[in-house]
Design a protein around this ligand. Sequence first.
Ligand code: G6P
Length: 367
Amino acid sequence: EDAELGEFEHYMLKEIHEQPTALENAFRGRLDLTEGTCKFGGLNLSRQDLRQIDRILIVACGTAWHSGLVGEYLIEKYARIPVEVEYASEFRYRNAPMDKNTLVIVISQSGETIDTLEAQREAQRKGYHVIGIINNVGSTIARENDGGIYQHSGPEIGVASTKAFTSQVLILSMLSCYLGRTRDLSYAEGCKMVKAIQELPALIKQSLSLADSIKAIAKDFAKYQDFLFLGRLEMFPIALEGALKLKEISYIHAEGYPSAEMKHGPIALISEECPSIVIVPDDETLKKNLSSVQEVRARKGKVIIITDSHDIPSSLADEIIIVPKAHNCIQPILMTIPTQLLSYYIAVELGKDVDKPRNLAKSVTVE
Ligand code: G6P
């Protein structure tokens, strides 16, 4: 095991640093700059099938469910197809009414999660075409579904998912481009997305170079028992995933919330003892997000901003982590990297068993 770890102290850290390669493997052979689109070999959907999809249902558990939520924002934005995201454990028992033109997408790193597998079987029993976004080639979910997209992330050993999550987000982003190009997405916009995806490995490397400064921030913040993670639109699921990562490996209580929804409850938690991590993309929501930051600070809450803007005055937050700026279709991935590093270094600071956190399993194969 030690040999496989190489220079890294834990698999989680190794897998965080593998992301430039893992994501390149996810898009290799799937980008088509001539047509301004993405392509997938194994969907088993005809051109006509594709045109007829008028609703998408994404079903998954845990971190994969969070990637599905990012997919909801991206597919609705670029392909204009309504998307819903369900927990597999809920979907399999609640007998949801479905339209005949619904495409079901299951997402699973392991391809063995029992609830996701049974949700897939339930959807197939009802006659739906189910495609999978799966990492583990030859797993049960991958063998049983009607087509799909392999992640090619390589084995993920750390219980806290990192590279599998970002590669699922990337695949959903590529799928939004592909579906969009069968509908209203223009050639020019498709080309912009494809070019942005080609740049991704280099941009992730730049984000990873923030590791030392994030380690220093983690030392200062490891003493807190409660954290809020805030984000809007496609950064909201990144906030949820950031909170989950911190909970999983450091056993610190953390909640992810849509930034403005904070006013409807979590604001009561804010004090000197409860810091907030606020994701602030440099877009039309920037001012709104900064006003959420001010609400936190007015209640003496410490704030770490994760942003791609260079124009936020340093006086507005306790720490500002700046990631590279990219096309919106990959920006959520770049915002994720600091949240992974922050959780990792906080857990290490607290002396936790990062790769094998208590009570958690890499894959939940029993109910
Ligand atoms: C477990 C793991 C999580 C994972 C979830 C779904 O809870 O600890 O990291 O997100 O299962 O796993 P899957 O293999 O279906 O993506």
